[in-house]
Design a protein around this ligand. Structure first.
Ligand code: DAH
Length: 335
């Protein structure tokens, strides 16, 4: 019996120090203790068997306690508002050498690269903005139903997580006045994250990315815009494309258009399968005037479209929700 007590103490000590305590229950020594029963005189067998069962129960309890302690030790609370080094231990768990760019970031860089090579300056859009930049400066009258077309979130203070990158137009135009007055032109793309209060499904997300172009000069024309957009799409997909436009209403352009491309055969398209890629048009005189640009002297064009749509066509991705899912199986396809 003394022997059993020694065994118990010894095992409990080992369990309390072990990373895999349950494994210790399978140790041969424990099995051998059962084997001893048969070798004992019958009158001792009952007490011995009871003692062995007690031993088993107390080792089992020790294992459960140890497992709970191990589990608690690995759950390190993350304070998302803390400086990164305070969360250093969970961050250590992520081997940085296995990290890659998110596919949207990578493709956004391709988009920006094409436009900067065409002479456009790239500016990241804001993620919190106000009613004036979201609507007012873009010729949306107060209480106009066109505002309802954007399922806009609002903070309690009345700020807006932008529902489109067009919020940057007014800033780009104002900043560009000097260039115009010096005889130059405004040529900028803004890009970034936008937010809408959408019901999420395979083609709608509450959070997505847009790219927006603004060009102003004394002679900018619709033909210049169509040529610019076509050149962009052909560069992005690396092939010649059929394109078309159809009229559309956006308060900040006149005329306003939707620009579509025919889905190329190389990307599993059938002839006559058109995909609307972005909204565009000639900048409305009220938008130029609001930024202090004389709309009798200068004219401009603008466009805005979704990055996800571009990328989904390029890679045959069928569900928009993959992008924000964080699923490694999806992300690894782009490594
Ligand atoms: N901001 C519009 C949207 O998100 C898209 C758009 C249309 C942008 C026409 C433009 C434009 O710059 O000219 O629905």
């Amino acid at each position: 019996m003394q022997n059993i007590e020694d065994v118990r103490k010894d095992y409990v000590e080992q369990i309390e120090a072990s990373e895999t305590p349950r494994e210790l229950l399978k140790a041969p020594t424990l099995k051998q203790l059962y084997g001893v029963i048969g070798t004992l005189p019958p009158e001792e067998r009952g007490a011995y068997g009871k003692a062995i069962n007690q031993l088993k129960l107390s080792l089992e309890a020790a294992v459960v306690t140890r497992e709970a302690a191990l589990e608690n030790a690995t759950i390190v609370p993350i304070d998302v508002t803390a400086p990164w080094d305070l969360n250093a231990s969970p961050i250590d768990l992520l081997p940085t050498e296995q990290g890659t760019q998110h596919p949207l970031t990578r493709e956004l860089e391709v988009v920006i690269d094409i436009f900067t090579r065409m002479g456009f300056e790239a500016i990241e859009s804001r993620q919190i903005d106000d009613d004036y930049h979201m609507f007012g400066a873009l010729n949306f009258p107060e209480n106009h139903p066109a505002r309802d077309g954007y399922d806009t979130f609002r903070t309690e203070e009345g700020y807006i997580p932008p529902a489109h990158t067009s919020t940057m137009q007014h800033r780009i135009l104002k900043e560009g006045i000097e260039k115009l007055e010096a005889g130059g032109q405004i040529a900028a793309v803004s890009y970034g994250r936008v937010f809408r209060n959408e019901d999420v499904d395979a083609t709608h997300e509450h959070t997505f990315y847009q790219y927006e172009g603004v060009f102003v000069s004394k002679t900018a024309s619709l033909a210049d815009m169509l040529g610019t957009l076509r050149a962009f799409f052909e560069a992005y997909y690396g092939q010649n494309l059929h394109t078309k436009t159809q009229p559309a209403y956006f308060p900040f352009v006149e005329p306003g258009l939707e620009f579509a491309i025919e889905k190329p055969a190389a990307l599993n398209g059938k002839p006559g399968e058109w995909l609307e890629m972005l909204g565009c048009g000639m900048i409305h005189p009220n938008v130029l005037q609001a930024a202090g640009i004389d709309s009798n002297t200068y004219r401009g064009f603008a466009w805005g479209g979704g990055i996800e749509r571009l990328v989904m066509l390029k890679y045959g991705i069928e569900d928009l929700r993959h992008f924000e899912s964080g699923k490694l199986a999806f992300l690894r396809k782009f490594v």
